[in-house]
Ligand binder design. Structure first.
Ligand code: ADP
Ligand code: MG
Length: 282
C-alpha cells in the first residue's frame, strides 16, 4: 500500500474518541492548516486475509467522492508500529447518535425540516453507492446505516461515514457482526433468509429517519427473538404527532416488510412527498 505522506505532515490537536479498533483524533495538516480527522487502526494482529480486506476497503473509500459521504483524504502507514491512519474530513457537527441523545436528555424533538434534509442527503449518498455499477464498479451497500455513522458538517449537512471499515475490523464480511449487540435496523429479509440487498439499505434508512423523529427505533425488544418477530410483523407506532402525515407516510413506505414493495433509492428521491417537503434540499 503506497502512502503519499507521513504522520509528520500532521499535528494532533486532540483525541475525539476511541473506537473498537483504535482512536480517532482531530489533526491539522501542516501544509495548509486544514483541520481533518484521522482514525488509527492497528493491523498487527490481523491475518493476511483481514489485511487484504482492509486494503480493498480503503481503496474503495477513495472512490467514494460525494458531497454527502465523509471525504477520504489520505492513508498513512506506520510500519514500525503496525498502525494504519485513515485521514478524512472533519465533521464538526458530530454524529446523529449524539443529536438523538441530546434530544432525549432535553425532552425535545428535532425539527421536521431537519428530518427532510437528512432524508434527502442520505438518499442521495445511498443513490451514489447503489448506482455505482452504472459507472463501472459494483454496487456498494452501506450495510451499517445507523445514527453513529452519520455525521454533520458545520451547516448540518449529512455525511455518511464508516464505510466497510467497521466490517473489516470486526472480522466480518458476513453476518456475524449483526448478531453482536441488538440489530434494531436489521431488515426482515436479513432476519429471514440472511440476504442483504439495496432494499435493506432503504429499510435501514426508514429506521433511521423514524428514530430521528421518535428518538427510539421503530422496533424494540429486550431480546433478539422478540425483536425478529416484531420486525417481521412490521408494525410500529406512528412517529410523534408534531411530525406530518407526509413524513409518516414516506417513512412507512421505506419500512414495508416485503422488500419488493419498498421504493428503490431512485424512487425515494423522485417520491412526490420528498419533492414536496424536501425538494429544496435536492
Ligand atoms: P466507533 O464508531 O467505534 O465509536 P469511531 O472511531 O468511528 O469509533 O468514532 C469515535 C468518535 O469520533 C465518535 O464520537 C465519532 O462521532 C467521532 N468521529 C469519527 N469520525 C469523525 C469525523 N470524520 N468527524 C468528526 N467526528 C468523528
Ligand atoms: Mg464509528
Amino acid at each position: 500500500m503506497p502512502s503519499s505522506s507521513g504522520i509528520e505532515d500532521y499535528d494532533v490537536i486532540e483525541q475525539i474518541g476511541s473506537g473498537s479498533y483504535g482512536t480517532c483524533s482531530k489533526v491539522r495538516r501542516k501544509r495548509d492548516n486544514r483541520i481533518l480527522v484521522w482514525k488509527e487502526m492497528e493491523y498487527g494482529g490481523m491475518t493476511e486475509t483481514e489485511k487484504q480486506m482492509l486494503v480493498s476497503e480503503v481503496n474503495l473509500l477513495r472512490e467514494l467522492r460525494h458531497e454527502h459521504i465523509v471525504r477520504y483524504h489520505d492513508r498513512i502507514i506506520d510500519r514500525s508500529r503496525y498502525v494504519l491512519y485513515i485521514v478524512m474530513e472533519f465533521c464538526e457537527g458530530g454524529d446523529l447518535s449524539s443529536i438523538i441523545g441530546k434530544c432525549k436528555r432535553d425532552g425535545e424533538f428535532v425539527s421536521e425540516d431537519f428530518v427532510w434534509k437528512m432524508c434527502v442527503h442520505l438518499s442521495s449518498a445511498l443513490q451514489f453507492c447503489h448506482n455505482r455499477c452504472i459507472r463501472g464498479g459494483r454496487s456498494i451497500l452501506h450495510r451499517d446505516l445507523k445514527p453513529a455513522n452519520i455525521f454533520l458538517d458545520s451547516e448540518q449537512n449529512a455525511k455518511l461515514g464508516d464505510f466497510g471499515l467497521a466490517r473489516v475490523l470486526n472480522h466480518d464480511n458476513s453476518f456475524a457482526r449483526t448478531f453482536v449487540g441488538t440489530p434494531y435496523y436489521m431488515s426482515p429479509e436479513q432476519m429471514n433468509c440472511m440476504t442483504y440487498n439495496e432494499k435493506s439499505d432503504v429499510w435501514s434508512l426508514g429506521c433511521l429517519l423514524y428514530e430521528l423523529c421518535s428518538l427510539r427505533p421503530p422496533f424494540t425488544a429486550s431480546n433478539q427473538k422478540e425483536l425478529a418477530s416484531k420486525i417481521c410483523k412490521g408494525k410500529f407506532p406512528r412517529i410523534p404527532h408534531q411530525f406530518s402525515d407526509d413524513l409518516n407516510n414516506l417513512i412507512a413506505a421505506l419500512l414495508r416488510v416485503e422488500d419488493y414493495k419498498r421504493p428503490t433509492i431512485d424512487q425515494v428521491l423522485d417520491h412526490p412527498l420528498l419533492i414536496k417537503n424536501g425538494g429544496g434540499y435536492l
